[in-house]
Design a protein around this ligand. Structure first.
Ligand code: FAD
Length: 393
């Protein structure tokens, strides 16, 4: 594909903004349009389960754009992309118009899964509006039940606890966080709830939410009912790719990409929570739901778009952090590929440790509470030592 003269970025949050920035910093001077379903300029989501939910961060603290930053882009705020014709790279928009571009960046993120009918007092947490609605419901004395002990559920539990609420976390798996951390470290991190007097019920599902207009309890699959004034459902997200149905780009895993963000359609790249990149350090496709991936991989995808695949810089292994109960948990790499995990510094009992995951004697991931310097060194080493196998789609 020759150099594009028009680029459309679909999705105007962290990944979309990062793509728009990367286009300009990498020398693209043509027409740039950002289509954003939300009516807001890009804002940061991590504080929505932490300081903004707690009321200690303001709306201004969420702003992602720099003061006076001007990317010379047309921002179509409050407009949803509803369909994509990949043969002409043209997008049908919710305002009735159609937009065609030489190149396209898909950055539509993810939407929370909600298995139950909505009731008053029941929340998911993805957007600013979700957070404001939850905050408004966290009245003094409200009993909070969090369904799902993943990172967002755990952070909401921690914040609600800090606000003085009685909190119960319900998790269907026997051990929370097995997916990202494995059973041993999943158990360690989820024990933070008990440290702070938050009840964690594991190995039990939710059969229904009880209540007529407003929730009054959570019925568990073992017959128990937990009284609740507020329920936060954090049972995962799905990629926001429904609008791509019928195109060559859909898959239940999100938009399938190679290790550089290229999709099956020339001139179309995908980044952030909607995209499933080939992970060269792991040898499989993986959809990451991490802030740093949405931010950093935009640079790689835009290089792919502008240089028709000439740039072969490989993404760093995944990284995320989570703030819970006053502690910052950091993880880098792919723990799923490990056959052992060992605490190499500090002690789990002190909630201050660094653990290294290995496959054979090769380090594949690192997890830490505290130990920031050592963690950063390990993170760098993981990126350098693993010999990536790069595939296309
Ligand atoms: P999103 O932020 O979901 O943005 C996608 C945008 O596209 C949205 O504005 C959406 O409305 C829009 N869109 C969707 N469909 C369309 C369409 N058809 N047309 C136009 N626009 C569309 N990560 C960490 O690493 N650490 C953390 O501590 C952490 N905390 C988090 C806390 C919360 C509460 C949440 C929700 C996420 C957290 N994350 C964290 C994850 C991180 O915020 C995400 O990985 C990141 O926001 C992904 O950015 P994105 O731009 O890909 O997707």
């Amino acid at each position: 594909m020759s150099s594009p003269t028009s680029v459309a970025v679909i999705g105007g949050s962290l990944a979309g903004l990062s793509a728009a920035r990367a286009l300009r910093t990498q020398g693209y001077a043509g027409r740039l349009t950002v289509v954003s379903q939300e009516p807001h300029r890009p804002y940061d989501r991590p504080p929505l389960s932490k300081a903004f939910l707690a009321g200690t961060a303001t709306r201004d603290d969420l702003v992602l754009e720099g003061e006076g930053e001007d990317l010379d882009a047309d921002w179509l705020l409050g407009v949803t992309a509803e369909s994509l014709d990949t043969s002409t790279r043209s997008v049908g928009l919710s305002d009735g118009s159609r937009m065609t571009a030489d190149a396209m960046v898909l950055a539509t993120g993810a939407v929370p899964t909600m298995p139950w009918q909505p009731l008053g007092g029941v929340h998911v947490l993805r957007t600013l509006e979700d957070c404001l609605a939850l905050r408004a419901d966290l009245l003094p004395g409200a009993r909070v039940v969090v369904v799902g002990a993943g990172f967002i559920g755990a952070e909401v539990a921690s914040t609600a606890h800090a606000l003085g609420h009685q909190v119960t976390v319900v998790e269907a798996a026997a051990t929370p966080l097995i997916g990202p951390l494995g059973p041993e470290m999943g158990a360690v991190i989820s024990s933070l709830h008990a440290d702070h007097g938050v009840t964690l019920l594991t190995g039990v599902g939710v059969s229904e939410l009880v209540g007529t207009d407003r929730v009054s309890g959570v019925a568990l699959s073992d017959g128990r009912v937990i009284a609740a004034d507020v329920v936060v459902v954090g049972v995962g997200v799905r990629p926001a790719t429904g609008w791509l149905s019928g195109s060559a780009l859909t898959s239940p895993m999100g938009v399938l990409c190679d290790a550089y963000g290229a999709t099956a359609v020339p001139g179309v790249v995908a980044i952030g929570d909607c995209a499933t990149w080939f992970e060269p350090h792991h040898g499989t496709h993986h959809r990451l739901e991490h802030w740093t991936a949405a931010r950093e991989r935009a640079d790689i995808a835009i290089a792919t778009l502008l240089s028709a695949g000439q740039d072969h810089r490989v993404a760093r292994p995944p990284y995320f952090w989570s703030d819970q109960y006053g502690l910052t948990i950091q993880m880098a790499g792919h723990a799923t590929g490990a056959d052992s995990v060992r605490v190499e510094d500090g002690a789990v009992a002190d909630r201050d440790f660094l653990a290294v995951y290995r496959r054979g004697d090769v380090a594949v991931a690192v997890l830490a509470i505290g130990h920031r310097k050592a963690f950063t060194r390990w993170r760098r080493e993981l990126a350098q030592s693993a010999s990536p196998s790069v595939s296309t789609l």
